[in-house]
Design a protein around this ligand. Sequence first.
Ligand code: ATP
Length: 255
Amino acid sequence: MTAPVDIQNLSITFGTGPGAVKVLPSVSFAVAAGECFGLVGESGSGKSTVLRCVSLLTDIWTGTVKIAGKDVRSLPLRERCRLVQMVFQDPYGSLHPRQSVRTVLSEPLRIHGIGDRDARMRQALVDVGLPVDFLDRFPHQLSGGQRQRVAIARALILEPSVLLLDEPTSALDVSVQAEILNLLARLRELRGFTYIMVTHDLAVVDHMCDRFAVMQHGTITETLPRAAIAGNLATHPYARELIGASLEYEGHGRG
Ligand SMILES: Nc1ncnc2c1ncn2[C@@H]1O[C@H](COP(=O)(O)OP(=O)(O)OP(=O)(O)O)[C@@H](O)[C@H]1O
């Protein structure tokens, strides 16, 4: 099942009093069901915070976030977990070192009272391209790419409609990054997932996303289709600068 995401006037302030910082003044965007939407922009512009708000990892925000037309705040935790899951940047930090892959994958199934666990866990590993005997491995027995595959399997095992991807490949070796991106692209094609993907890499957007938003200081400066990258069709000065710098870097890289 695939689902649209609608974010309206999302705003968050960290801290109180004179030290309070409005990290997101007001962010609005909509992502169609099955679309891959990128969030790019300078470090500290609030990209990860948007994902943390949507997933309710942070809940002190105001505004409205709807997934499949349902307000995420009014959804019971279980239902929310079955609609939306998040994959983090650092597969080393996101897996508990003392938990086997079996424990990592069985926990959500147990919490949600889902039966047939063994078959589901095996299928999840097959889906992410890992051998089923990896169920008995621990994180230190896995490569970075294999760990990220396990993290993706954990996100998939409840069969969500929306995946929030927070720089899912930036902690990985360049050679492994493409494998994980291809896996994510294939899964979206097969399952119709909606992706919201934070990245600092416009080459990733170009490879994966249908559209993307350029963020600066907690604000979306411009939303563009992927096709706008090649000819730098952005009109906002910051978006133009970001895309221009990326094209220049890519040009030098190839030259
Ligand atoms: N829990 C928090 N308390 C206080 N400030 C926070 C908190 N979480 C994030 N921030 C601040 O919000 C701003 C945006 O952070 P965020 O991680 O969303 O940026 P980002 O665009 O994802 O950056 P990067 O590309 O470096 O990951 C930063 O200035 C950060 O310090």
